[in-house]
Design a protein around this ligand. Structure first.
Ligand code: ASP
Length: 599
């Protein structure tokens, strides 16, 4: 294969392809890259040369480059790697408006073939129609495509801008371990067996949380890290088993300080990376208002269509689905889908199915016809006055479609929140190019787990409760709000964090509420609790999911489009075929035997 391959031997690249322009006219240059396309017009060979900057046209004529180079040029095929020495000239043929270098070409004086190439399994070009599994199997080729390169270059720019901003603000970049101790709260850990301590395991970090808090105890004051994190969860479209956090922690601060510096960070990164001017301060919403208005703790505020609580209006009506939900402590809420009274039955049925998929028993609807009459799935259970009152509460007008869910609050929020998003998309209710950043604040401290039959920390066990709510920790734990915050962009959670507990008594109580004995807490988090006994500053922090942030800023559809070597849904890497079996000898060293799984 590489019989003809030549080496660099004295050659030095002078420019990337698109670093050249008409300003370089007459200069002798050396460019290197991949052959995008070769066209042999008989006596003249055109080559589109590609590197990561873009494409440059090269022209070979025997009179310029000599017989040997010309013969080589005639043999060039796509993806050959070449080096060209030549002279920049104005284009002899038509100017190509689509290319940055469309008005110039390089007239080659010599050519070296640095590597030949087989025909790639798919064309190396933007907007590939190739199936994703083929792209991922040959990721090293896929990564040559300009749209992926654009994403990764922008990702690098975003990370660089974050670093430089953080450094300027006095944050110290410190690396934390990847081989850690397993802690039970949160997602499932990835485990790594220890050879030296047979039967013992490290866990890969789900986040640098405990270490960054320790760094505050050690006086580093402001910490920052772009850290790889690992969570062994079932994958969804915007999740990867390993992902990157832009992670920070600050000492001697409260909620406002963290939000303030992060708003400026967001503004800086958006401006420098994509030229987007973000207006400060960012909007804020309390968690409970986000749930009530949008049915989501990460609302997409690019459009309205907010949820309306009609529990009071339907109390005592004759519709058992509504009154039953209220009697069980739930609520009845609705969405007014403006101007959609004529939505075909099929479409409504699809919405009902979707509601069922998100946990509802059904979905009630009422369409206000153009003549003012109602067409409804539940009209026969209510008096005309009750129906009128309901329509008024929903601001219903002729032509509107009203949708209602009745159940426990959590279900009603979820169902209508999902429907709102779906309808927003279907009905083009927002501008996809708009960027709506939003802080969600005052999250509940605890969340009841049906599965575990106990309260769990909504954020993590070190999150500080709001002072004014702490009095309810015994009588009504669910009512206690936390000094926790999330940053949301267009309905996607970009990141989150909290002020941490730094007082013994609060932490102990928190463990008690979470069902940890003192011994268990010390067993798990002893190193942190011990560190806290030697002088711990008040501290707080936040972490961004960097992959998601990049995905939204570059406008990618999928998180895999902004990760160089992503994993797929079953957490495998299609290119390297990880995970995989290992040698018997490796297992033996680790003292591990594989047990057949019983079905
Ligand atoms: N470590 C937290 C997380 O991964 C973020 C934080 O509280 O700073 O969600």
């Amino acid at each position: 294969m590489i019989s003809m391959a030549e080496s660099m031997n004295g050659l030095k690249r002078t420019h990337r392809c698109t670093e050249l322009s008409i300003a370089n006219e007459g200069e002798q240059v050396t460019v290197m890259g991949w052959v995008q396309k070769q066209r042999n017009k008989g006596g003249i060979v055109f080559v589109d040369l590609r590197d990561r900057s873009g494409i440059l046209q090269i022209i070979f004529e025997e009179s310029d480059c000599g017989a040997e180079s010309f013969a080589k040029a005639e043999k060039l095929r796509s993806e050959y790697v070449i080096a060209v020495v030549g002279c920049v000239t104005k284009r002899s043929g038509a100017v190509n408006e689509n290319l940055k270098t469309g008005n110039i070409e390089v007239r080659a004086t010599s050519l070296r073939i640095l590597a030949e190439a087989q025909t790639p399994p798919f064309p190396i070009e933007a907007d590939s129609k190739t199936k994703e599994d083929i792209r991922l199997k040959y990721r090293y080729l896929d990564l040559r495509r300009p749209d992926i390169q654009k994403n990764l270059l922008l990702r690098s720019k975003i990370a660089t801008e974050m670093r430089s901003f953080m450094a300027k603000e006095g944050f110290v970049e410190i690396e934390t371990p990847v081989l850690c101790k397993s802690t039970p709260e949160g997602a499932r850990d990835y485990l790594v067996p220890s050879r030296v301590h047979p039967g013992n395991f490290y866990a890969l970090p789900q986040s640098p949380q405990l270490f960054k808090q320790l760094l505050m105890c050690s006086g580093y004051d402001r910490y920052f890290q772009i850290a790889r994190c690992f969570r062994d969860e079932d994958l969804r479209a915007d999740r990867q088993p390993e992902f990157t956090q832009a992670d920070m922690e600050l000492s001697f601060v409260d909620v406002e300080d963290v939000l303030e510096v992060n708003e400026r960070l967001i503004q800086h990164v958006c401006r420098e990376a994509i030229g987007l001017e973000v207006k400060l301060p960012l909007s804020r919403i309390k968690w409970i208002d986000a749930m009530n208005r949008y049915g989501s703790d990460k609302p997409d505020t690019r459009f309205g269509m907010e949820l309306v609580d009609v529990s009071d209006v339907v109390a005592g009506c004759g519709f058992g689905v509504f009154t039953g939900a209220l009697e069980n402590g739930g609520s009845v809420r609705g969405l007014n889908v403006k101007g959609q009274a004529a939505m075909p039955r099929k479409k409504i049925d699809a919405l009902v199915d979707m509601a069922k998929g998100s946990g509802a028993k059904g979905l009630a609807y009422l369409a206000i016809e153009e003549d003012g009459t109602y067409k409804s799935s539940f009209a026969k259970f209510m008096t005309p006055e009750q129906l009128d009152a309901l329509v008024r509460a929903m601001d219903g007008e002729k032509g509107d479609l009203l949708l209602f869910a009745a159940d426990k609050n959590t279900i009603v929020w979820n169902v209508l929140g999902q429907l709102r998003l779906e309808l927003g998309k279907q009905l083009n209710l927002y501008d996809p190019k708009q960027f709506n950043f939003l802080w969600v604040v005052e999250f509940p401290l605890l969340e009841w787990s049906e599965e575990e039959n106990r309260f769990m920390a909504m954020h993590h066990p070190f999150t500080m409760p709001m002072e004014e709510d702490w009095q309810y920790i015994d009588s009504d734990p669910g009512r206690v709000r936390a000094k926790a915050y999330d940053i949301v962009l267009n309905g996607v959670e970009l990141g989150g964090g909290s002020v941490r507990i730094h007082q013994d008594d609060i932490q102990e109580k928190m463990f008690e509420v979470l069902g940890f004995t003192k011994e268990k807490a010390w067993e798990q988090f002893g190193f942190l609790l011990s560190a806290f006994q030697y002088g711990v500053p008040p501290h707080a922090g936040l972490a961004y999911g960097l992959d998601r942030f990049v995905m939204l800023l570059v406008g990618a559809e999928n998180i895999r489009e902004v990760i160089a070597f992503p994993k797929v849904k079953d957490a495998s890497d299609m290119m390297s075929e990880a995970p995989n079996v290992v040698d018997e000898k490796q297992l033996e060293e680790l003292g591990i035997a594989i047990r057949e799984r019983e079905e």
